[in-house]
Write a protein of this length. Structure first.
Length: 496
């Protein structure tokens, strides 16, 4: 049909695409000829619903990681370059659901509507987009909140041997965010199916899925998904942070993430270095960890807190991956096998644990009551080493031992029983008054588990006021003294 005089001729849309061909296949890594203009991290399409992500280059080939069913890829097969980065669907529909590294549904629910798609590999927020870290994040673990406090926007590493309670502390932190407005993301990397099932059951029973997103790449998943899933979790967290939400991300665990990247690197024929890890493993995990932080108001005002879990072998923190992760975090919580074996729960070694920036965000009342606690507990642990060798101790040393035993008793905690801020303050106040030093361990245990419920039942308004107060006013101290007197009077009456 001819155009009428003076009309605008129709524009032709020209779509340019590059084609390549599969030259070699090594498991989930494919060498592709062609694609001269492709970029690292770009998607390629193998057809039949199988995509890949470009992982690197040689002089002649493009190295592609297959995302999906690698059995559908054949030698000589055509490959198309997709002119877009690798993205993951994000949105409020993810809350309460479990997805994999690609954003595909892994639970029994239906499809998840996507509000947006965000790139998985993004640069971390710049300095000009960040704000000072100045808010406290309560984990519900007394030993952490009191001795190594964590701030919103901080990167804290939970490091220790296998089966020492690292995941328990991380899950307690998620359970503690109920009614706090903090969105949680649990990122499973290389965990077994039974372990993942226990986590999902716990989150469901404790009603924590109402504010939690779960991203999972199990040990049965391809190494490529185990490598990608923490980056996907960080992208989901950034989507909510730019909307003003505070987000807590748990990576369980980053040691297996390093294992997955080592497998990929060997398939990519990159030269192995220390402990057979590739030379760029430090860069890869730093690229992930630096995405945590606090955004300023112009950038959304939210925060992203990372709790990374790392595994050691026989407590060796100087191993390659643990030492790398410690250097890129703002502190670490060290879990001791010796403490765990002696029955201390959680088995946190306060000598080896540190928080660089969390202390200044600790609630003023909590900071006031715990000011000398760390030094007193360190004196106790040092004296315990001497007391096993030297039998007779002075009266002053006996006093230090009793004080340390009282502190250790108060810091003990049951599994998946996070403590509230008022409970922590009440226990610290009783500790500062010296009321627990002369008690037996059985009496301390009864006090630790029974005093807070007693206070709630007797003076609930006082407990609420303690949680909101910034300093220990005389009337608060008087009310707490009355509560302690009433509790011990009831305990003595019960004992008689």
């Amino acid at each position: 049909m001819r155009n009428s005089p003076g009309s605008t001729p129709p524009l032709l849309t020209i779509k340019v695409s590059e084609k390549g061909r599969v030259r070699d296949i090594k498991g989930i890594i494919v060498r592709v000829d062609g694609l001269p203009s492709c970029l690292n991290g770009q998607l390629v399409d193998f057809g039949q619903g199988v995509k890949g992500i470009i992982m690197g280059f040689t002089e002649k080939d493009v190295l592609v990681l297959i995302l999906g069913d690698h059995t559908k890829v054949r030698l000589g097969q055509d490959v198309s370059a997709v002119s877009e980065p690798f993205t993951i669907p994000v949105g409020s529909g993810l809350v309460g659901r479990m997805v994999n590294a690609l954003g595909d549904v892994c639970d029994d629910g239906g499809p998840i509507p996507a509000d947006d798609h965000t790139p998985v590999f993004k640069e971390a927020a710049s300095i000009t987009e960040r704000a000072p870290v100045n808010e406290f994040l309560r984990t519900g673990t007394k030993a952490v909140d009191i001795l190594v406090p964590i701030a919103k926007g901080q990167r804290q590493l939970l490091v220790g041997d296998r089966m020492t309670g690292k995941t328990v502390v991380a899950l307690d932190a998620i359970l503690s965010q109920r009614d706090s407005g903090v969105l949680c993301i649990y990122c499973c990397i290389g965990k077994g199916f039974s372990g993942m099932e226990k986590v999902m059951t716990l989150l469901s029973e404790k009603e924590a899925l109402a504010y939690t997103v779960v991203l999972a790449a199990l040990d049965s998943s391809p190494p490529g998904e185990q490598y990608l899933v923490p980056f996907s979790a960080a992208s989901v967290a950034e989507h909510f942070a730019v909307q003003g939400r505070d987000v807590l991300v748990v990576f369980d665990d980053l040691t297996k993430h390093a294992w997955a990247y080592r497998q990929l690197s060997l398939l990519l024929e990159r030269p192995p270095g220390r402990e057979a890890y590739p030379g760029d493993i430090f860069y890869v995990q730093t690229q992930l960890m630096e995405r945590a932080g606090k955004l300023n108001e112009e950038s959304g005002g939210g925060s992203i807190t990372f709790l990374g879990i790392a595994e050691t072998l026989q407590g060796d923190m100087t191993a390659y991956i643990p030492s790398n992760l410690i250097s890129m975090c703002d502190g670490q919580v060290f879990f001791s096998t010796a403490l765990f074996g002696s029955g201390v729960r959680p088995a946190i070694d306060s000598n080896m644990s540190v928080s660089i920036i969390g202390g200044r965000t600790q609630p003023p009342l909590l900071r006031e009551l715990s000011a000398t606690l760390r030094s007193e507990f360190l004196q106790y642990t040092d004296l315990m080493k001497i007391s096993t060798i030297q039998g007779n101790l002075s009266a002053e040393a006996e006093k230090v031992l009793k004080r340390g035993q009282a502190i250790q008793s108060i810091l003990r905690q049951g599994q998946y029983r996070p403590a509230s801020l008022p409970e922590e303050i009440l226990l610290l106040y009783a500790l500062r008054k010296g009321l627990l030093d002369e008690l037996s361990e059985q009496e301390r245990t009864a006090f630790r588990t029974g005093f807070f419920p007693f206070a709630l039942a007797k003076d609930g308004w006082l407990v609420d006021e303690i949680g909101q107060s910034e300093e220990l006013m005389p009337e608060l101290a008087q009310g707490l003294d009355g509560l302690l007197e009433a509790y011990f009077a009831a305990a003595r009456a019960k004992g008689e």
